[in-house]
Design a protein around this ligand. Structure first.
Ligand SMILES: Nc1ncnc2c1ncn2[C@@H]1O[C@H](COP(=O)(O)OP(=O)(O)OP(=O)(O)O)[C@@H](O)[C@H]1O
Ligand SMILES: [Mg+2]
Length: 448
C-alpha cells in the first residue's frame, strides 16, 4: 500500500495539522464544557429566582382562597408556569442531586420571613432536558409547582468567537506550512549541491548561513567537497607528473636504442617506445582535461555535431559519405564547448576508425518537460561491434581490444573514458550497445 506520500512536506504537514486540530479540538471541548457548566449554574440561579418570586407572591400576599385567582392574575415571565397542587408534583423524574442542592440553597437564601418558608422542596426534570419543575410545600397546606423552561446554554459568546477560533487555527496552519518549508529548503539545497559536486568538483560551495544546525551541515559538506577536490587534484597532478617525468628516460632509451646492432630488434624497440610516448602524451592531455576548468556557455548542439562530422570527414575523406546527421536544425543547451566537442569527436572517431562511418541522430527531450529533459544523441557505425563482455571494460583508461591493437589504427585507449568523463561532468552519460543489424551504437544523453 502506498498511501504514505513521498515528499517530506506532504508527510510532515498532515501530521502537524492533525495534531493542531486535535489540540484545538480538545481546547474547544474543554472550553465548551466549562462554559456549559457556568451557563447551567446561571440557569439554576435563574430558575431559583423565578420560583422564589412566584412563591413569595403566593405565600405572602394572598390568603388561602385567593391564591388561584392570584396565579391567574400575575404575569409570569415567558417559559414559566405555576400551579397549585394537593400533592408534590411527580410527572417528571427527580432532578440530579447537584441541581436540587443548588436550587434549595438559593431558596434558603431568599428574603422570605422564616415562618413562611417552604418546609419541603422537590426538584424534577433537569437542565439538560431544558425543563425544570420545582414543587414547594406551602406553609399551611398544599403545594405550589413552578415549571420553568430553560433555554439551551449558549456555548459561544457570538459567531465572532467561532470565526476568531477558525482564523487562529488557519493562521497556525499557515505558520506550520512556512516553518516546514523553511526546514526542508536546506535539504533540497544540499541535494542540489551534492548533485553539482558529482558533476564538477569545482562547483561553488554551499552558503554556510542560517540556523546553527543547517550552517554546520553546510560547513561539513563544504569541507568534504574540499577534501574530494584536493584528492582529485592530487591524483591528477600525480598522473601528469609521472607522465611528464617518464618522457626523459624514454627519450634516453630511444637514443640508446639507436646503437643496437640488430635492425629488426631496433625497429621493434623504437616502435614500442613510440607507443609509450603516445600513451604518455595522451595521459598528459587527460590530466590537463581534468584540470582545465572551461566555462559553460549556451551553445547549439547541432552546429557542434556538424563541426565534428565535418572535421572527421576532412580527416578521412574516403568515409565522408558515411558521415550523416539526422535530427532538428537547432538545439540550444548549456555546456563546456571544447570538452563536449572532444567527447563527441572521440565517439565519432571511434565509429570512423572501427566502423568506417558514423550515422548521428539527435533526439530533443520529449514531452512537456522539455526543459528538464535529456537530449539523446545516437552514433551508429557498421563495424564489428564489441563483445558484450568488453563493453564496460573499454570505458576504463588504456583498455583496447586485441582486434584493434593489431590494426594500424593506433590509439591509446583513452577516447571512451575521456568521453564518458566529460559527459558525466555535464550531468549526462554515454553507453554502448551492439545493434541487432551489426555495428556499435553509442547513446549519449545530455541534459538540456
Ligand atoms: N565503434 C567501435 N566499434 C568497435 N570497437 C570499438 C568502437 N569504439 C571503441 N571500440 C573499442 O574500444 C576500445 C577503446 O576505445 P577508445 O576510444 O577508448 O580508445 P582507442 O580508440 O583505442 O584510442 P584513442 O581513442 O585514445 O585514440 C578501442 O580500442 C576499440 O577496440
Ligand atoms: Mg577512440
Amino acid at each position: 500500500m502506498k498511501i504514505w506520500p513521498r515528499s517530506l512536506l506532504a508527510r510532515a504537514l498532515p501530521v502537524l495539522l492533525i495534531g493542531l486540530v486535535a489540540a484545538q479540538g480538545g481546547g474547544v471541548y474543554l472550553h465548551m464544557i466549562d462554559r456549559g457548566d457556568l451557563a447551567r449554574l446561571g440557569q439554576a440561579r435563574d430558575v431559583a429566582a423565578r420560583v422564589m418570586a412566584v412563591y413569595r407572591a403566593v405565600v405572602m400576599s394572598a390568603p388561602d382562597g385567593g391564591r388561584v385567582a392570584l396565579l391567574r392574575a400575575i404575569e409570569l415571565p415567558p417559559g414559566t408556569r405555576a400551579a397549585l397542587l394537593e400533592a408534590p408534583p411527580a410527572e417528571m423524574l427527580p432532578a440530579p442531586l447537584s441541581l436540587t442542592r443548588l436550587i434549595q440553597a438559593d431558596l434558603t437564601l431568599s428574603s422570605v420571613p422564616y415562618h413562611l418558608r417552604p418546609h419541603d422542596v422537590v426538584v424534577l426534570g433537569s437542565l439538560y432536558d431544558r425543563l425544570v419543575e420545582v414543587g414547594l410545600a406551602l406553609p399551611d397546606h398544599g403545594w405550589l409547582a413552578v415549571t420553568v423552561r430553560v433555554p439551551a446554554p449558549e456555548l459561544w459568546h457570538s459567531p465572532l468567537d467561532l470565526g476568531l477560533f477558525l482564523g487562529l487555527t488557519a493562521l497556525a496552519a499557515v505558520l506550520f506550512l512556512i516553518v516546514v518549508r523553511r526546514l526542508i529548503a536546506p535539504i533540497t539545497a544540499l541535494t542540489a549541491a551534492a548533485e553539482a559536486l558529482g558533476r564538477d568538483v569545482d562547483a561553488p560551495p554551499l552558503p554556510e548561513a542560517g540556523p546553527r544546525e543547517i550552517a554546520a551541515a553546510a560547513a561539513a559538506f563544504n569541507r568534504m567537497a574540499g577534501r574530494i577536490r584536493r584528492f582529485v587534484q592530487d591524483r591528477t597532478f600525480l598522473l601528469t607528473a609521472i607522465g611528464h617525468d617518464l618522457r626523459t628516460p624514454i627519450t634516453r632509451l630511444k637514443l640508446r636504442a639507436e646503437f643496437l646492432e640488430d635492425d629488426e630488434m631496433r625497429r621493434k624497440i623504437l616502435a614500442d617506445l613510440d607507443e609509450m610516448e603516445a600513451m604518455l602524451a595522451a595521459t598528459l592531455m587527460f590530466g590537463r582535461d581534468a584540470a582545465a576548468s572551461e566555462q559553460a556557455t549556451t551553445l547549439d548542439l547541432v552546429a557542434l555535431i556538424r563541426t565534428v562530422l565535418d572535421e572527421a570527414a576532412d580527416a578521412a575523406p574516403d568515409v565522408a559519405e558515411h558521415l550523416t546527421y539526422a535530427g532538428p536544425e537547432r538545439l540550444l543547451l548549456a555546456a563546456r564547448p571544447l570538452a563536449l566537442k572532444r567527447a563527441l569527436a572521440n565517439l565519432i572517431a571511434n565509429a570512423v576508425k572501427y566502423g568506417d562511418g558514423a550515422a548521428v541522430r539527435l533526439r530533443p527531450p520529449e514531452g512537456r518537460m522539455a526543459a528538464g529533459g535529456m537530449a539523446v544523441i545516437e552514433i551508429e557505425d557498421g563495424g564489428p561491434g564489441v563483445a558484450e563482455a568488453d563493453i564496460e571494460r573499454i570505458f576504463q583508461p588504456f583498455q583496447r581490444l586485441e582486434a584493434s591493437r593489431n590494426r594500424e589504427t593506433g590509439g591509446s585507449g583513452l577516447g571512451l573514458p575521456i568521453a564518458r568523463n566529460i559527459l558525466r561532468a555535464h550531468g549526462g552519460d554515454v553507453t554502448l550497445t551492439n545493434r541487432p543489424s551489426g555495428g556499435l551504437r553509442a547513446t549519449v544523453s545530455l541534459p538540456v
